[in-house]
Write a protein that binds this ligand. Structure first.
Ligand code: ANZ
Length: 835
């Protein structure tokens, strides 16, 4: 047709692309490739159809994938589905359908939408984590880790979601103490659960972030560092009256040891229970009441420094390691059971929490650091007794009341104190982390069964690898409603097995794995997604790994990205892959908003992807999302114009149609020079723009080139000018990054049979990149001394500097004094000298 009709263009190309399978990456490498690139978007969760957020993220990922192909690389750009998880199960409970049905019909819907949106996926590598073919390898991974002691069972206080009736990993509890999934306030419950020993990797997970600097969003790096939370300091032992073993505390401030006036233990620690057992009955009863109160408080609240301090004296005493003084032992909920040793040496003079506590319970305050405090006038003074002011002295200062440490600064005193403790045998350097081991058991149905068999005697037996996968039993007949225990426990035929060692009756572990296990390694499964004998093909892993560009939302900054890094390191250490970081570069796209707020059905401001796709087509949608701003920024759909994008695409397409209409083009060498220069400048700039994620700037540059080309045609050169064809071809090749349908159609109109997506971008011609120049004449006392090639737009200062730097001029001037320099840019510089 002679009118830009996006729907007709889509209808033309979709069946051709279905046939061509252009982006499949099976088989040996084609000749002449520059290398390999692996571009991945965080795989979707099949909760319904694709939404605008998907359109944005997958658009950006596809731009990068297409770009590397145009640069001559072979590109792996796969797609899969993160298809286990609670929403399927909750939908199943609500509507009485099988979670499988719900999941796979949503996957089919998303596949149909993706086909229309046309990301350059390799459709031969599709995976779904809920396929037994996939999750058997989750079980394999679990068993590998079990064998190495990296998967273990532990009895401890866990985060419990009272709505979903399942445990949560620490990472799934939001800053306000609510569940990331259900929004319910998370409580603590004591349970025996499976953990992955991520803390063994804490140092590497932290230290290896440095190498990602500049390639991962700095916000994500900061969040991971903070989450791992390494603190360096010392462990200090305190002797306890009536107990053989000392109590060890972790402190970052061993320099303040002389200021310790009491100890505090976490109420929910084993230590507290044991110490109280040795106290009188009244104390024990008080303690029990307090513990019951504390269990209602979330961990997040407990860490809120502003909360009024509560606590109890537990009737026991420690001895100060230096003075031998008796120190009362208290319990308080601001001390956490699972940080450090669950106990602190309280230094109220120099720690605000300890001071608040000491003031609340009338405990002594001993200052051991002289910290000058500035008053309102900025004058420093020393009347700063924390017991009176209520403000702890946390700043820098000089040690006092500390014996041998007196006179040292805090920085000097810390190592000196540690050395003294080591010499006494009562302390040693220590490092503590905020990071906890990863709790992976879930009491839910729609997930990967944990491949462990429990003997009657409590023994644990891995399911033999030859018996994997342990398939989920059908959901029919099972009550999936959350009730605190896994629904699988009721699948009698499934759960009752025999002990693989002695044939006695035994039971399968009824829990399923956290679905973050599924997503912690799926990027590797793409290296052989249908391999029945291995989790992935190691040769493919060598060829493609690690992921060169990962694209996804910042909501995964900690959970998914940290777990993926951990599992990658584990698999590296087990010898399965030769890299130990999964994602070389990460791009976080912003959110798609409407009228400044998050879109949602309930707010009635939902922009439906499917509707936009029907109204404007994939290309206009993609151009709109790319053009809206830097990819990291949020996009407000109320501020953008898909209709405008459509117009731009029509104008671009029209140029190719005009070139087609004239038939033969004139030779490019004689073509309009200004247009040629514009085309080549864009060809030269485009790679840098894509590689720095300035997708929006590149779209703007394409708009500019469309305008310049149209002007050239209209100004008399006509569509037969060789420069116009050259511009039209460049436009088709560059537009493929955002508008693959339009680009393919333009490319065909320009007479090409090969798929535009696989065409290598031409290099810019250097001769067309240098700006036009003029000759500037340089005279010394009126005599011609040099001619300079300069830009017509050169500034006076720059031209003066160039002239004075000329060798011929310096020779002519010699030792003489310069009296004046007259600049008439861009053509003349006259230098007057005194002899
Ligand atoms: C004495 C002291 C004096 C402390 C001082 C600080 C300042 P970060 O930096 O977060 O690692 N602490 C140790 N274990 C704790 C627990 N289980 N729950 C709550 N607090 C705990 O904090 C380390 C400091 O937090 C430690 O250093 C300890 O208090 C406290 F002027 O020891 B400090």
């Amino acid at each position: 047709g002679d009118r830009y009709d996006f729907a007709a263009i889509q209808d033309t190309w979709l069946p051709i692309w279905d046939e061509q399978k252009l982006f499949e990456t099976t088989g040996p490498d084609p000749e002449g490739i520059r290398g390999h690139k692996y571009v991945l978007d965080m795989f979707p969760y099949p909760s319904g159809d694709l939404h605008m957020g998907h359109a944005e993220a997958f658009g950006f990922g596809d731009t990068v994938a297409r770009y590397w192909r145009h640069q001559g690389y072979r590109v792996l750009h796969p797609i899969g589905w993160d298809s286990f998880g609670l929403p399927a199960e909750n939908a199943a409970i609500k509507r009485g359908v099988d979670p499988r049905e719900w999941t796979y019909s949503n996957i089919d819907q998303q596949k149909r939408s993706f086909r229309l949106y046309a990301p350059s996926f390799d459709w031969s590598r599709v995976l779904h984590t809920s396929d037994p073919e996939y999750y058997r390898w989750n079980q394999w991974l679990f068993l590998q880790m079990f064998e190495k002691g990296l998967a273990y069972r532990k009895d401890s206080w866990v985060n419990w979601d009272p709505v979903d009736q399942t445990v949560l990993a620490n990472e799934q509890v939001l800053a306000d103490g609510t569940s990331e999934r259900s929004g319910a306030m998370v409580v603590k419950k004591k349970l025996t659960q499976w953990y992955f020993r991520i803390t063994d990797y804490a140092d590497r997970l932290l230290d290896d972030l440095d190498a990602l600097e500049g390639r991962w969003p700095s916000k994500v790096l900061a969040m991971q560092r903070n989450w791992i939370g390494r603190s360096r300091g010392a462990d200090v032992d305190f002797r306890i009256e009536g107990r053989d073993e000392p109590v060890t505390v972790f402190t970052t401030r061993p320099d303040t040891l002389a200021g310790v006036t009491f100890l505090v233990v976490a109420p929910d620690s084993d230590l507290a229970a044991e110490l109280v057992a040795g106290a009188d009955e009244a104390t024990a009863a008080e303690f029990a009441d307090y513990l019951a109160e504390v269990q209602k408080v979330s961990e997040v609240e407990r860490q809120d420094a502003a909360r009024p301090k509560t606590g109890r004296f537990i009737g026991r005493y420690a001895l100060h390691p230096i003075t031998g003084e008796r120190l009362p032992i208290w319990t308080a909920d601001y001390v956490l059971a699972d940080y450090g040793h669950g106990a602190v040496m309280a230094v109220p003079a120099h720690d605000q929490r300890d001071l608040d506590f000491a003031r609340a319970f009338d405990l002594p305050v001993t200052v051991v650091l002289d910290v000058p405090v500035a008053d309102a006038d900025g004058a420093e003074h020393a009347d700063n007794d924390p017991a009176a002011t209520g403000v702890a002295l946390t700043g820098e200062g000089t040690l006092i009341n500390s014996g041998a440490l007196d006179g040292l600064s805090k920085a000097e005193a810390i190592p000196a104190a540690i050395a003294a403790l080591e010499a006494e045998g009562t302390g040693r350097p220590a490092t503590t982390y905020r990071l906890r081991d990863w709790l992976i058991s879930r009491q839910r149905y729609w997930g990967t069964p944990i491949p462990i068999i429990h003997g009657q005697d409590g023994s644990l037996h891995p399911v033999p690898e030859s018996e994997l996968p342990v398939e989920l039993p059908p959901s029919a007949g099972l009550d999936l409603k959350p009730k605190g225990a896994s629904p699988l426990g009721a699948a009698t035929d499934w759960v009752e097995v025999t002990n693989p060692v002695d044939g006695t009756p035994a039971r399968r572990d009824p829990d399923t794995m956290d679905t973050f296990v599924d997503s912690s390694w799926y990027f590797l499964r793409f290296f052989g997604p249908h391999d029945q004998t291995r989790p992935f093909d190691p040769e493919e892993a060598k060829r493609w790994g690690p992921v060169d560009q990962y694209v996804g939302g910042v909501e995964h900054a900690i959970l998914h990205l940290l777990y993926s890094r951990f599992i990658t390191k584990v698999l590296h250490d087990l010898g399965h892959i030769d890299f130990d970081e999964p994602f070389t570069s990460v791009l976080n796209q912003g959110m798609v908003l409407m009228d400044g707020s998050k879109m949602s059905k309930s707010k009635g401001n939902l922009v439906e992807f499917a509707e936009q796709l029907t109204e404007y087509g994939a290309d206009a949608l993609r151009v709109t999302l790319a053009f809206a701003g830097p990819p990291e920024d949020d996009i407000d759909w109320a501020d953008v114009s898909p209709a405008g994008s459509s117009k731009f695409l029509a104008r671009a397409w029209r140029i190719a149609a005009d070139v087609e209409a004239v038939g033969v083009s004139a030779a490019v060498e004689g073509g309009d020079r200004a247009l040629r220069r514009a085309t080549h400048r864009l060809l030269a700039d485009a790679p840098g723009l894509v590689e720095s994620f300035k997708f929006n700037v590149l779209v703007a540059r394409l708009m500019e080139l469309v305008n310049v080309t149209r002007k050239t045609i209209d100004s008399g050169a006509g569509a037969g000018d060789g420069a116009v064809r050259e511009a039209a071809e460049a436009l088709a090749l560059l537009l493929d990054l955002y508008a693959p349908f339009t680009a393919a159609d333009m490319w065909a109109k320009l007479g090409h049979d090969d798929p535009v997506a696989l065409v290598r971008w031409p290099e810019a011609e250097p001769a067309l990149l240098v700006e036009d120049t003029v000759v500037a004449v340089v005279q010394v006392n009126g005599k011609l001394r040099d001619r300079l090639q300069v830009s017509p737009s050169i500034g006076a200062d720059e031209l003066r500097a160039l002239a004075l730097a000329s060798e011929a001029v310096t020779r002519a001037v010699g030792d003489a004094e310069i009296a004046a320099v007259i600049v008439r840019e861009p053509k003349l510089v006259n230098i007057a000298i005194k002899r």
